[in-house]
Design a protein around this ligand. Structure first.
Ligand code: B12
Length: 232
């Protein structure tokens, strides 16, 4: 029974269905419960929160990642699945501490100063949340000083910076400089991403890691957390 509902959650993540109204990737799903209804049902049936997250949401998102890499899925498909995971995590968040699940770490994410593109940053946030991290999303067009202030207040292990414009990617370097100027650079690992950014650029501004997509963002954070990755 538990396996059934977990399998359904996983399948509905793959289908990108938030609620029963959603069509999903394949036909014939409208009217059947989506991820939010299934997660509510699973909680009512006392299914473990860890199983919902790990075997339902995360395993579903892994399949989506594979389909994205093999070009079977495109960005809107991935967004639909990421949204489904995000809405499930909103329902599950109040239950995390109760079920003894410890957050893996905390990350502050922001799109840098001057840049209003936040779709990619939002995907990164959702996937990190889905992987068990506490994410403090500062939004877009975020001044270096606001990131410094947030690091002081939140004490995160990671900072994730996003930029989509060649004119704003320089503000990633400015942000890292601001962290240095405030004596905070050694306290956080900084990872960066966004279409114009590259591994080489990350190294040139002294970032700790670069991720080409949301799944790589999670992988980099995981490897930096275990001390086995990054550019440094
Ligand atoms: C949607 C969009 C907009 C929307 C943004 C809406 C929003 N809420 O985000 C609006 C209409 C506001 C917009 C405005 C502008 N845009 Co625009 N926009 C785009 C567009 C079409 C899609 C971007 C996007 O969302 N991609 C989908 C997401 C999922 O991908 P992503 O952002 O790359 O994120 C992924 C990875 O990069 C990575 N990632 C992202 N962030 C991070 C962070 C970390 C830490 C990690 C590890 C990974 C990571 O993971 C993400 C998920 O897989 C692109 C073109 C394109 N095809 O990319 C142009 C584009 C980025 N825009 C462009 C331009 C020029 C502008 C404007 C200047 C246009 C104008 N003249 O007004 C303004 C600038 C506004 C501003 N100050 O920011 C140019 C940039 C050119 C350049 N090289 O600088 C592009 C490339 C279009 C083009 N070909 O000319 N835009």
């Amino acid at each position: 029974m538990t396996e059934d509902i977990i399998a359904l959650i996983k399948e509905n993540v793959i289908q990108g269905r938030v609620t029963a109204d959603d069509e999903g990737m394949d036909e014939g799903w409208v009217g059947k419960p989506g991820v939010t209804e299934l997660v509510e049902q699973a909680l009512a049936e006392n299914v473990s929160v860890a199983d919902i997250i790990n075997k339902g949401l995360t395993d579903g998102m892994s399949v989506v990642g594979e389909k994205f890499e093999s070009k079977e899925y495109f960005i809107p498909d991935m967004l639909a699945s990421a949204e489904a995971v995000g809405s499930a995590m909103e329902i599950l968040e109040p239950h995390l501490s109760k079920s003894g699940i410890e957050a893996k770490g905390k990350i502050i994410v922001a799109t840098v100063k001057g840049d209003l593109h936040d779709i990619g940053k939002n995907i990164v946030s959702i996937l990190l949340r889905g992987s068990g991290y506490i994410v403090k999303d500062l939004g877009n067009d975020v001044e270096p000083q606001a990131i410094v202030d947030a690091v002081k207040k939140e004490n995160p292990q990671f900072v994730g910076l996003s930029a989509l414009l060649t004119s704003t990617m320089v503000n990633m370097g400015e942000t890292i400089q601001a962290l240095k100027d405030n004596g905070l650079r050694d306290k956080v690992k900084v990872i960066i991403g966004g279409a114009p950014v590259s591994e080489e650029f990350a190294q040139s501004i002294g970032a700790d890691g670069y991720g080409a997509d949301g799944f790589q963002a999670v992988a980099i954070v995981e490897s930096l957390a275990s001390g086995s990755g990054g550019n440094s």
